[in-house]
Design a protein around this ligand. Sequence first.
Ligand SMILES: Cc1ncc(COP(=O)(O)O)c(C=O)c1O
Length: 370
Amino acid sequence: MEYINLNAQYKRLKPQIDANIQRVLDNSSFILGDFVGEFEEKLAKYVGVKHVISCSDGTSALQLIYMAYNIGRGDAVFCPAMTFIASIEPACMLGATPVFCDIDEHYNICVESLERQIKRVLSEGKYTPKAIVSVDFLGSPANYDRLEKIAGKYGLLLIEDAAQSMGASYHGKKCGSFGDIAATSFFPSKPLGCYGDGGAVFTNDDDMYRLLLSLRVHGKGKTKYDNIHIGLNSRLDSIQAAVLIPKLAVLEEEIEKRQMIAKKYDEAFGERFIVPRIEEDSVCSYAQYVLCCRDEDERGELQQRLKSADIPTLRYYPNPLHLLPVFEGINTYGENLERAERYAKCSFGIPFSPYLEKDEIERVIGTIIL
Ligand SMILES: Cc1ncc(COP(=O)(O)O)c(C=O)c1O
């Protein structure tokens, strides 16, 4: 059994994917070719935003955003303590200071913790609060009603890190359309993944769109060789767009299948473990399905049992950001980040994909619930 069965999806979409890749090879248009433009348009329509700027990966998508908004030295960026480092890494690279916040019961940034941290940074006066990066962790949309209010109250930029939440929605609006600007990743295992690295930025702002188009190609001006900004080389390959177009066409159907499988898992595990809790009137894309155990020992014992039965599991993620070696000694402003720490210790992901077979689901359940 695979942790995420990408091959089953490929088998289903093989004729379209193979034909599209062949077209790229025949046209020799490998970077930012026709497929890229077509994919950007289709994704913008699907998510419900004016512009999609595809790029080389999700980390670069976030870097382009931090660069476009001039975030750097002296700025504080607020980030959940439980996410992948890429949510905040590009801001750190630009010289900004990360301020970690605890997570809520949905495993997303806790609004109360966020507000406490903003107030502490303001009263210390060393850094300027600049942006909040909100992650739809595991594909579960964050509470954008509350986050938009907090961002507005303190005049902060709200960035949605939708790397794990393509296909998810909050109050009828698709993830990728929240905050001032959003980013996603097309890493192969993501709900909308390609066959290599890929990412995108989402914006409704025409000026921001033009700036991002320039930044993703070395800060180009009218042409590639009259550069007007310091930018990046962050373009999406045509082959990746050729793969993503047929995958986007079935995303909605896959999201429905993900709901059905998650429901079966919820029913089987809901009494024994903490299962994913989704915001009201929201749809989760279940980039991962994670069980949270009573304690570290129970988590370890279950992972071992599943391993012996040849069922893969994954700790996603085993460390909160503030405990990573790279952030050793970072100022956490005395905030208690215990929910992020507990999540890291006690949780693990089990096999999940829209292509998980009935007998596989039963085997996972039967191995966990004895
Ligand atoms: C929450 C989050 N942000 C950012 C990224 C970075 O995306 P990429 O791996 O495409 O650079 C990832 C991907 O792993 C992610 O999960």
